[in-house]
Design a protein around this ligand. Structure first.
Ligand SMILES: CCC(=O)OC[C@H](C)CC[C@H]1O[C@H]2C[C@H]3[C@@H]4CC=C5C[C@@H](O)CC[C@]5(C)[C@H]4CC[C@]3(C)[C@H]2[C@@H]1C
Length: 410
């Protein structure tokens, strides 16, 4: 982030004042132009599997304890991308584009050894914003599903974000499930105009095979002064014996110890991320994020904030038109790949295990985010085979009609 010019500093100062009267919905905040990101939040699901080899590694461990450790190692390897890749690339955290209802982000990673890992991410709710995702590797039979929303609050010049939602990893070969909770975070550096994420408190991973991992995000190390520190332990559910301890920085490297002996380590320096493949823009569905936001992203890229506003309001107006039309027709928007369910036997079972094994754990009431979102394999296959094309066509026409005829921004 370069030095702030006078005007930027003053808009940032007034922005900080505006946060003080913050209502909790980050998306509703109008942030100063230089902090606007050109990436939609629906793309953030991709951060879960930018190390495909680590994502599929658990499927190769026949020993359940080593498999649970491989899942913990993969989870820990995702944190840098999830929470600090924008700061690294862009000089600070940026405000993501607020996905419209039904916005899609579809892609895949092709990795020599791991094979193909496919990503499906969909904005399943706009108020409150909720993103659902399904990421799977058929070759190794490893599948991740999850959803997340954010509840934000503001105090003493920091934005605190509580994540609502959870992730579930399934390993076909062992018919095993892992329930993963999401870290709370806060935004530091706001005063300096270079916001960045620090993780806080703790999260858990509970496996159906009876292993329990707890990760404590300790932030700035007391002694080392290094930021983004954590410690994690792996134990059998209900047993006090610590099988492994993991510690380090989630943005750099960490070591795995069995008792006092170091048995493994991971460093981002020697593990580069795999590139995600997307379809070319002209082949994308109008609901796909990069195509839908192309004009907004280009305007932000060239720093043309007036045009950013004009193009953004076209999308927002089109969405308002669609909502009005749905209300008039009495046909609510149908999410394409995910369905909301009130409960989920696997999740309920794993949450039960956590409660048996450790301090009572309250899964954020899924109802607050319109229920637990699960991937609808059948819908996915029908669309892939073209059986559901008709609906697709109708939806596409509806969206394009709304977009084309949206009244010009007032
Ligand atoms: C709206 C206020 C504003 O613009 O403040 C300026 C700053 C850019 C700080 C607020 C934004 O900070 C961003 C960080 C984003 C989270 C980063 C990573 C993840 C993990 C992913 O799996 C799910 C989404 C999540 C939690 C992002 C949510 C949105 C966050 C908090 C952005 C803030 C608007």
């Amino acid at each position: 982030m370069g030095r702030k010019t006078g005007s930027a500093r003053s808009t940032w100062a007034s922005f900080l004042k505006s946060i003080a009267s913050f209502n909790g919905d980050l998306a509703s905040m109008t942030a100063p132009p230089f902090i606007l990101g050109k990436t939609s939040l629906v793309e953030y699901s991709a951060y879960w599997t930018e190390h495909p080899k680590l994502f599929v590694a658990p499927a190769k461990e026949s020993d359940p304890e080593k498999r649970a450790l491989a899942v913990l190692t993969w989870f820990l390897s995702t944190l840098k991308q999830q929470y600090s890749s924008r700061s690294e690339k862009l000089g600070s955290e940026k405000k993501p584009l607020n996905p419209f209802l039904g916005e899609l982000f579809l892609g895949h990673w092709d990795d020599g050894e791991a094979g193909r890992t496919e990503l499906i991410s969909e904005q399943v709710s706009h108020h409150p914003p909720v993103t659902a995702y399904s990421i799977f590797n058929e070759k190794h039979g490893v599948r991740l599903q999850g959803y997340n929303g954010q509840k934000a609050s503001f105090s003493s010049m920091t934005i605190t974000v509580k994540q609502v939602g959870s992730a579930r990893l399934h390993i076909d070969a062992y018919d095993e499930d892992y329930f993963i909770t999401l870290p709370a975070l806060h935004i530091e550096g706001l005063v300096y105009g270079t916001p960045y994420v620090e993780l806080e408190r703790s999260t858990v991973i509970q496996s159906s095979s009876g292993y329990f991992a707890k990760i404590e995000y300790t932030g700035k190390g007391w002694v080392s002064g290094k930021k983004n520190c954590f410690t994690a332990t792996l134990q059998k559910t209900g047993s006090k014996e610590i099988l492994y301890t993991v510690s380090g920085q989630w943005t750099d490297s960490f070591t795995i110890k069995k008792g006092k002996t170091e048995v493994a380590s991971f460093s981002h320096k020697t593990n580069s991320t795999a590139a995600l493949t997307l379809r070319p823009l002209e082949e994308q569905d109008p609901l796909e994020s990069r195509r839908a936001w192309a004009k907004v992203a280009a305007a932000i890229e060239r720093g043309d904030y007036d045009d950013t506003g004009v193009e953004k309001s076209k999308i927002e107006n089109a969405q308002r038109e669609l909502r009005k039309k749905e209300k008039a027709d009495g046909i609510p928007w149908e999410t394409r790949y995910f369905s909301a369910v009130g409960e989920h036997p696997v999740v309920d079972g794993l949450v039960g295990l956590i409660n048996k094994g450790s301090s009572p754990f309250s899964l954020d009431d899924p109802a607050k985010t319109n229920g637990l979102w699960v991937f609808d394999e059948k819908k996915y296959r029908d669309i892939k085979s073209g059986k559901k094309n008709a609906d697709l066509k109708a939806v596409v026409e509806k969206v394009e009609v709304a977009t084309v005829h949206a009244p010009a921004s007032e």
